[in-house]
Structure formats: structure tokens, C-alpha cells
Design a protein around this ligand. Structure first.
Ligand SMILES: C[S@@+](CC[C@H](N)C(=O)[O-])C[C@H]1O[C@@H](n2cnc3c(N)ncnc32)[C@H](O)[C@@H]1O
Length: 364
């Protein structure tokens, strides 16, 4: 038996567990490991405590000003007993913090949630994801006939279900997180000197709106998305006064020829929604459409990113499973697909938040 397997058997034995809890030098490790296990088992309880806080608007109420227990109970319609239970549960999670007497303010995690439209929208969106995860083995066996996430993102299936109302719903959710993602991508990747930037799967145009704030006035900006989404983008860009600056083109990237001659094509959080049988022809279409001196920039979570595995592989791995399609790819997997599509120079760039999105650039 190899050493790792000998260690597995030793450490997993109840006798060893008892010994390490009792043996002073081992005790901190034993305590730590038991807490890690408990946290993992209790993760769903913690996220429901977060949901309760968000539904009752606690983060925003406490951002306004610290409040007493009775004020919070009155403002949220809970009894004082129920509010006491919630505050006691939320404090160790960092959501709230006891300040003085029975007055509460925001905890460190609460500070990150308050005023954070992207986080608030995702927490509410997770209600559907949570329901889909009820039987994870059935999900893995693909025995769950209709998941809420597949209905939410119909383009992962037949694309027929992408009505304007559905598209506007998911585009709004994406737009809320896109504000932060767009600025991060643009802080990490220079668009200086580009003549024509084409954002494929550009949603409601939030990314290109951020590009418009930084690009030279004569840089052409084109958004490409499904017709219903492109129409919603046009409406949104008109509201923002950017309809003349950004052209929204409707089409299916598997069927419609892509707008030509872009010297920067961007795919922001697009590829991981799709299996290789969709990604391979899409990359080939981009390779044919891109200017010879152009570059393709991919920004999305990448599998096996050091420090980001719990987001890319654990979270998105199961998110895409519930959605019914898609895959978080390693850098090597992206590279293979890009080479097969005819790109020759592929490199991963450093980014500020690599656990959320990593940047991969490919050149013809
Ligand atoms: C996860 S969203 C990302 C949107 C945006 N890039 C962002 O990061 O917020 C994926 C986008 O790809 C678009 N999309 C999916 N399948 C498509 C297809 N076959 N043709 C064109 N666009 C598609 C969707 O409509 C959606 O706007």
C-alpha cells in the first residue's frame, strides 16, 4: 500500500481520531479538522441565514445606521425572540456585529453584502439553484427532468425558450455582476490602440459601456448576442445614451456569420456555459472573422486555478450541471480548443481576482 493510502486508513480510523483529540500536540489540528468538516456540513444553513438577512434587508438597514434589537425586530416584522435568534446566528458568520448593549452594526461580511447589487441578486437567484441541488446524485446521473436553472438559461438547451422577457431577466442578473467584472478586465487588459472591439455574448452591453468610457472615440464597438438579447441591449443602450456609440447585432453565434474585421474579440463569461461541441465551432468562426493582427480575449472562471478551485470547480461545476450544459475548463483545455480553431499564440494573463475570472488571450 502506498503512503497516502496508509495515511488515509490511519487518520480515518475512529481510534486515531480519539487519540489525536486527546494528545495535546495534535489537538489543535484535530479541532481545526473537525471545524472544517462541520462548516462543510453546515454550509447550506449558513447560506439560508444569509438569505434571511438579505430578505429582511438587514445589511442595508445596518449600513444606514446601527440599530437596536427591538428596532430591527420592528423594522423587519419579526418578533424580538426571532430577531435575537437571527442576530445570534448571523454574528459568527460576520454578517452583523454587536456594537454596544443590544445595538448591532454590520460585520465584515455584511459590509461586503450591503449596497452590493451583484451579491444581492445572486443570493436571491440561489433560491432556484438550491432547489435544484436537493438530490445531487440524481443531478449527477442527469435524472432530474426539469431544473430551475435550465429554465432560467434556456440558451443552454434549445434556444427556442429565449423570449425577450426571459433574456431581459437573465441579462439584468448578469449586468449586476458585470459592472465589477468589466472594470477588472479592463484594468488588467489594455484596449489601447484597438480599432474595432466585438463583444460576443455581450448581454445588455454593460461590458462595452465600460469599454466606451476608456476607448478612443473612433474605436468601433459591436455587441453580438441572440436577437432577443440584442434588442434588449439596444433598448438599454438607448436609455444610457450609447445607442450611437455601440452597435448591437442580433444572431446565433452557431449559425449567423459574425461581424468581421474586429481586432479585439471578447468572450466574457460565455464559453463555460457551453460544451466543446458548441465552443469548437464558435472559436473557429471567431478565428475566421478576426483581423490578422487581432486578439481574442476570454474572461471566465478557469478550472484548477490555485486558490480558485472552490469557486471554479466546486461552485461552477455544479452550477453548470444544474443548468444542463457547459463546463469549467482548465487553461490546457482552452489552449487545445484554441489551437484546434487555428489560433497559434495562447497565453494566460495575470488578473486581480483570478478566483472569479481569469484572462486568456489568443492571437491568430
Ligand atoms: C452568462 S451570459 C454573459 C453575458 C455577459 N458577457 C456578461 O459577462 O455579463 C452569456 C451570454 O451569451 C449569450 N449567448 C448564449 N448562446 C448564444 C448564441 N448561441 N448566440 C449568441 N449569443 C449567445 C447569452 O444570451 C448571454 O447574453
Amino acid at each position: 500500500m502506498a503512503l497516502p493510502e496508509i495515511i488515509d486508513r490511519l487518520v480515518a480510523s475512529p481510534k486515531f481520531r480519539r487519540f489525536s483529540a486527546g494528545f495535546l500536540p495534535f489537538r489543535p489540528i484535530a479541532r481545526h479538522r473537525s471545524k472544517v468538516l462541520f462548516d462543510l456540513m453546515a454550509g447550506f444553513v449558513h447560506s439560508q441565514i444569509l438569505l434571511a438577512c438579505v430578505r429582511l434587508d438587514l445589511p442595508n438597514l445596518l449600513l444606514e445606521r446601527p440599530r437596536s434589537l427591538s428596532e430591527l425586530a420592528r423594522d423587519t416584522g419579526l418578533t424580538e425572540e426571532a430577531m435575537t435568534r437571527l442576530l445570534k446566528a448571523a454574528a459568527p458568520l460576520g454578517l452583523v456585529q454587536k456594537r454596544r448593549g443590544d445595538v448591532y452594526g454590520l460585520g465584515p461580511v455584511g459590509q461586503d453584502v450591503a449596497n452590493n447589487a451583484a451579491a444581492l441578486a445572486m443570493i436571491e437567484h440561489h433560491v432556484a439553484f438550491y432547489a435544484d441541488l436537493r438530490d445531487p446524485v440524481a443531478l449527477l446521473k442527469r435524472e432530474v427532468p426539469e431544473t430551475a436553472l435550465a429554465a432560467y438559461w434556456p440558451y443552454a438547451g434549445d434556444r427556442e425558450g429565449v423570449t425577450e422577457a426571459v433574456a431581459s431577466d437573465y441579462s439584468t442578473l448578469m449586468a449586476q455582476s458585470q459592472e465589477g467584472v468589466a472594470e477588472e478586465v479592463l484594468d488588467d487588459y489594455s484596449i489601447k490602440g484597438r480599432r474595432h472591439i466585438l463583444d460576443i455574448g455581450g448581454g445588455d452591453g454593460t461590458f462595452l459601456s465600460a469599454v466606451a468610457r476608456r476607448a478612443a472615440p473612433d474605436t468601433k464597438l459591436t455587441l453580438f448576442d441572440l436577437p432577443q438579447v440584442a434588442q434588449a441591449a439596444r433598448n438599454r443602450l438607448t436609455e444610457k445614451g450609447l445607442a450611437d456609440r455601440i452597435e448591437a447585432v442580433g444572431g446565433d453565434f452557431l449559425k449567423t456569420p459574425l461581424p468581421g474585421d474586429a481586432d479585439l474579440v471578447t468572450l466574457i463569461r460565455v464559453l463555460f456555459d457551453h460544451p466543446d461541441r458548441v465552443v469548437a465551432p464558435l472559436l473557429k468562426a471567431i478565428r475566421s472573422a478576426i483581423a490578422p493582427d487581432g486578439a481574442l480575449l476570454i474572461a471566465e472562471p478557469v478550472s484548477e486555478t490555485p486558490g480558485g478551485e472552490r469557486i471554479a470547480d466546486s461552485y461552477f461545476g455544479f452550477y453548470l450541471l444544474a443548468m444542463g450544459e457547459g463546463q469549467v475548463r482548465t487553461k490546457a483545455h482552452h489552449t487545445n480548443l484554441l489551437h484546434a480553431a487555428g489560433f497559434s499564440k495562447v497565453r494566460a494573463l495575470s488578473s486581480r481576482m483570478p478566483h472569479l475570472v481569469r484572462l486568456i488571450e489568443a492571437r491568430p
